[in-house]
Design a binder for this molecule. Structure first.
Ligand SMILES: Cc1ncc(COP(=O)(O)O)c(C=O)c1O
Length: 388
């Protein structure tokens, strides 16, 4: 049997990882500024994370959600403290798409409405509703098509106001990434998030903050939406939550009451996933990783902005994006092949940095030096040779 071939793969076989580094099957070391797509929050194979998962594995790997699993409450309590949302309620699941699917469904259960507002360049996942609110037709099968979703331009306050004026009584929820990831690192403005809050309050709609990629401390705040100074009704989380162990969840305002059987899952909240998620939170706190994300992120953005050919450096904390000129279109490829550095991409000509929140200054400096070297090389290469 072969694998179902849905990903264009880089020609690298990763066999080992530690901190911000990974190694291939030939023993070559790479600096990882991609974090397996924003998943590595506290560093690959962090010793505390390994120990916590191992200890839990010895005790109890799985039992279903039909019994009490105290480690779930332990996680909820810790998450409430570190995120500052202590009165919210936690529902655990397994992936970002599933978290968004549950959030949209819960909003609809809550207010009995069907319409959802999403935004241009949004990515919310691949399951049925999550893909319906994702702004990419290539991911949407005919069976996922629905008239219930309206896409509005990102950060366009007038368009949002007009839509609420017209259909306010029918809108169930508004879903937005605090910083769009797949869309190319686009930061939602504070004014826009405040307006979403105000309009949802006025019209009885639910504000869903997709924090799957931009959450869990990556922006320097626990949820990047919190820069706006207003609370969402539901925050969805995944990626960095387990540092590579599959775990996801949503936290829900106390204003939305739980009802038996509206949501459910077999694997969500299993003890191993909770142990991994707790290890992540404990490490974020112990190693002050949100502060590190702010500091190293600022250094990277400042230095990147000085490099010729690199434009529009943006993002918050260690969620950074920048555009490269046409001449630098091979920069990401060259960083991997020549400098042994993984970065992320968002087409066209956008590079994303999504490293571990524990990224060290010297590794950030290595990245900047490597980019300077590759930019100089590409700038020197005649256009004809680049085409070849
Ligand atoms: C903002 C956002 N939401 C949702 C998802 C979907 O998460 P998952 O792949 O875990 O289903 C992603 C994945 O990239 C994402 O970036």
């Amino acid at each position: 049997m072969n694998l179902f071939d849905v990903y264009p793969l880089q020609d690298v076989t990763i066999v080992k990882a530690k901190g911000s580094y990974v190694w291939d099957d030939k023993g070559e070391q790479y600096l990882d500024l991609y974090g397996g797509h924003a998943v590595i929050s506290i560093g690959h194979t962090h010793p505390h994370w390994v120990q916590r998962v191992e200890d839990q594995l010895e005790k109890l790997a799985f039992y279903s959600n039909s019994v009490k699993l105290p480690i779930q409450q332990e996680l909820a309590t810790k998450l409430g403290k570190i995120s500052g949302k202590e009165d919210y309620q936690l529902f655990l699941c397994n992936s970002g798409a599933e978290a968004n699917e549950n959030a949209l469904k819960l909003a609809s259960f809550h207010n009995g409405r069907k319409k959802i507002i999403a935004f241009s360049k949004a990515f919310h996942g691949r399951t049925s509703l999550a893909v319906a609110v994702t702004d990419n037709k290539a991911y949407t099968a005919p069976v996922n098509e629905t008239d219930n979703v309206t896409f509005l331009p990102f950060n366009d306050e007038a368009a949002l106001e007009a839509e609420f004026k017209k259909h306010g009584a029918e809108i169930s929820s508004v879903i937005i990434e605090g910083i769009q990831g797949v869309g190319g690192i686009n930061v939602a403005s504070d004014a826009f998030l405040k307006l979403i809050r105000a309009l949802c309050d006025k019209h009885g709609a639910v504000y869903i903050a997709d924090s799957v990629q931009c959450g869990y401390g990556r922006s320097g705040k626990f949820f990047s939406h919190d820069f706006a100074g207003v609370n969402a009704d539901i925050y969805t989380m995944a990626k960095g939550m387990g540092n590579g162990f599959p775990v996801a969840g949503l936290i829900i305002t106390p204003a939305i009451a739980a009802k038996y059987f509206q949501l459910g899952t077999t694997f969500g909240g299993n003890p191993l996933a909770c142990a991994a998620a707790l290890a992540v939170l404990e490490t974020i706190e112990e190693e002050k990783l949100m502060g590190n994300a702010v500091m190293i992120g600022k250094y990277l953005r400042d230095e990147l902005a000085k490099i010729p050919g690199i434009k529009n450096v943006r993002g918050r904390g260690l969620m950074i994006g920048f555009d490269v000129s046409e001449k630098l279109k091979d920069l990401r490829k060259n960083l991997l092949t020549e400098q042994k550095i993984f970065t992320g991409e968002a087409k066209p000509n956008v590079i994303r940095l999504l490293p571990s929140l524990g990224l060290k200054k010297r590794d950030a400096e290595s990245l900047i030096e490597a980019i300077q070297e590759e930019v100089a090389r590409l700038e020197e290469t005649p256009a004809a040779a680049q085409e070849a």
